[in-house]
Design a protein around this ligand. Structure first.
Ligand code: WTA
Length: 662
């Protein structure tokens, strides 16, 4: 597998070359509107100021948090392990809630909640604090304590941020598992970090269907999760679910009789706040570690400056799922630490109709909207009639995240959603970086459709070539980060070697993000997509090897190779090539059965869109699968160098089959 990974890590794929050429022709620029600039949180000179002393810059943001013991230290860098503000003590839930309540903002709305079926209510900072305290007390009563890990597998309901903050309050690290994952994914994640409790809900709503979250947990249990002692079940729908005596408890019973005050744990700045698993280049997901003080510093600073948040005027909406890092940093921790009023929406953009998002913007007079390019391309396809039905004049700033945004989608977003008046911030970052790293600062930065523009103040990013030398402006290369930043991952849970190997080994002293990127003559960054075996489908990171493992797990499959294929809507689509065992024959039925099998093993969002049966997979003479060649075939391109191919007839067969499919 290592060999195949290296082969796919070659600098630019042909698709990226096409992308570079397309981007080079993009010349439109959008200077900051003067009225926006005049009131912006970020003022000119901030990049230079941070550059003069980046540690002092970050410390000034750390000082805005509420500390139980204020830090005197800033950075301890024992490459690749960082400790930020390491003699400070604080509690994340106090920063998110208590501090605003004490400042007289108990009655301020923290979240406007919009359920998919149309149920809606709002939660104030005061109510949120009460709920967090009661649930934190409940967790303590169950025996959960500081230093434990707690898994959370929930739909987008208010109990989800409540559960996260309750964990933070008592010093237990949360590990949120996206509600679209399957039972196997729960088992892997719970067992990898030895979670003691699992918090879930009876069901969730998705496009009018019930997602059986509790039943998925039961299935996961049947496969073995020996460290789990308790399952707490919130009621979303109120249906009957199986409850196992002695193990499963209802959320309502956990909080009943609990007081609405709860002494927060004093946490060291470097104590674990959460784990979040993300796909890597192997089949085993990585438990990314984030600690308390640096993470809160990073998300608070970026949320305030990138989104220009005005605490008392804005209604902010990040339309992501809390199950991914975007939701952790920019639905929960960043906005709450900044005292924002936000929207949480449970469901999909097309339920009950394709104007749902715009209806929500109009209802709550949303001023800042943060979403993903996949969604924007989908809205483009649906057409402007859904947008035009609603008054979107409250919007003043738009954001994009999760994958490269193509200039046409950027322009459409700017014109049709932003009415031509709202700056669009294209924000590049990762689960590992914890917070936004490359981004415009609205009010300062001249925008270019398709470019994430410049590193955030204090961040030092660069592009390097295969030998690790900096690539001059105008060229493309691997994006690397040259110095530590407060919200950076502190490692991979239980696997320091993998942390070093994945991020710090290819180039000495440089953090390797795994993305290809180009920089123009002005020094603006243009992202080109992953350079490793990770696909980006609708903004979800999916490992090719994980999908391959799920396929070969099926009794009919001998071997499988998976690649991402360019897709107009989802960015990439999953494309699988499968060889069967001798007893099986390829048919449409079997192809669907294999797709379902992957969906069951990993989650529906991992279902391969394309699946081709083949007698052989193209391999090098040393037996490595040639993924790049498969991607060329999938995308119908002229093939590059195939001289290392062991059996050239394989390619002809594959090309024919892929054509039939398209
Ligand atoms: C991709 C999501 C281009 C990138 C926050 C990165 C982007 C991966 C952008 C991280 C962007 C994210 N432009 N690509 N603005 N934002 N990416 O961990 O490939 O789910 O490495 O974090 O998404 O995905 P993750």
């Amino acid at each position: 597998m290592t060999g195949a990974g290296n082969e796919a890590r070659a600098m630019t794929t042909p698709a990226q070359t096409d992308a570079i050429e397309a981007l080079l022709t993009e010349g439109r620029t959008f200077p900051p509107p003067p009225a926006f600039a005049a009131q912006a949180n970020a003022q000119p000179g901030i990049h230079e100021e941070a550059e003069r002393d980046y540690q002092a810059f970050w410390k000034s943001w750390a000082d805005k948090l509420e500390w139980m013991t204020p830090p005197t230290q800033i950075l301890e860098w024992n490459e690749p392990f960082a400790r930020w503000f390491a003699d400070g003590e604080l509690n994340a839930s106090v920063n998110a809630l208590d501090r605003h309540v004490r400042a007289g903002k108990a009655a301020k709305v923290a979240f406007y909640y919009e359920g998919e079926p149309g149920d809606r209510w709002s939660v104030t900072y005061g109510e949120l604090l009460d709920e967090v305290c009661r649930f934190a007390n409940g967790l303590r009563a169950l025996g959960v304590k500081k230093g434990d890990r707690v898994a959370i597998y929930m739909p987008m309901i208010v109990e989800l941020p409540v559960a996260m903050l309750a964990c933070a309050r008592i010093g237990a690290a949360h590990s949120v598992i996206f509600g679209g994952f399957s039972p196997d994914a729960i088992v892997d994640r719970v067992n990898d970090s030895g979670c003691v409790a699992l918090i879930t809900a009876d069901h969730g709503w998705r496009r009018g269907n019930k997602v059986p979250l509790k039943a998925n947990c039961d299935e996961a249990f049947a496969r073995g999760m020996p460290t789990l002692k308790h399952v707490v079940v919130a009621k979303r729908i109120g249906d009957e679910v199986n409850m196992t005596e002695g193990r499963d408890v209802w959320w309502d019973d956990v909080v009943r009789d609990q007081p609405s005050t709860c002494e927060p744990e004093r946490m060291n700045a470097e104590d674990l706040l959460y784990l979040l698993y993300t796909s890597g280049t192997t089949a085993k997901p990585k438990g990314i570690k984030h600690t308390t003080g640096g993470y809160l510093t990073g998300v608070t600073a970026t949320h305030k400056l990138v989104f220009d948040l005005k605490e008392d005027a804005d209604v902010y909406w990040c339309a992501a799922d809390i199950g991914w890092v975007t939701g952790h940093s920019y639905i929960v921790y960043g906005p709450l630490c900044n005292g924002a009023t936000s929207v949480i929406y449970e469901g999909t953009p097309d339920y009950p109709d394709k104007d749902r998002l715009w209806e929500i913007v109009e209802r709550y007079k949303v001023t800042i909207l943060y979403t993903a390019p996949t969604a924007i391309r989908t809205f483009m396809k649906w057409g402007t009639q859904y947008v035009e039905k609603h008054d979107l004049s409250s919007l003043r700033l738009l954001g994009s995240v999760g994958e490269p945004i193509n200039p046409e989608a950027w322009m459409w977003y700017h014109t049709h959603i932003g009415g031509g008046r709202c700056p669009v911030v294209d924000t590049w970052w990762q689960t590992e970086t914890g917070a936004i790293m490359i981004t415009p600062l609205p009010g300062i930065t001249t925008l270019k459709p398709g470019s994430a523009t410049k590193p955030f103040p204090g961040v030092q990013a660069d592009l390097v070539n295969e030998t690790g030398e900096s690539v001059p402006l105008g060229g493309g290369g691997y994006i690397v980060l040259r110095r530590p930043w407060p919200s950076m991952l502190r490692g991979i849970y239980g696997d320091d070697d993998r942390y070093r190997e994945t991020y710090w080994s290819k180039f000495p002293h440089l953090y390797l993000a795994g993305d290809g990127c180009k920089r123009d003559a002005d020094g603006d960054f243009w992202f080109l997509g992953r350079i490793d075996d990770v696909m980006n489908v609708s903004g979800h990171r999916i490992s090719t090897t994980e999908v391959e493992s799920a396929l070969v797990d099926h009794p009919a499959v001998a071997e499988a190779a998976v690649t991402g294929k360019n897709d107009d809507i989802t960015g990439q689509a999953i494309c699988a090539f499968v060889t069967l065992k001798s007893h099986a024959t390829g048919s449409e039925e079997l192809a669907n059965a294999l797709r379902d099998h992957v969906a069951e093993k990993l989650g529906k969002f991992c279902r391969p869109k394309y699946l081709t049966f083949t007698q052989e997979l193209p391999k090098t003479r040393s037996g490595k699968i040639m993924r790049r060649l498969l991607r060329d075939i999938a995308e119908g391109r002229m093939l590059g160098d195939t001289t290392t191919l062991a059996d050239s007839s394989v390619v002809a067969e594959l090309q024919n089959r892929a054509k039939d499919e398209a």
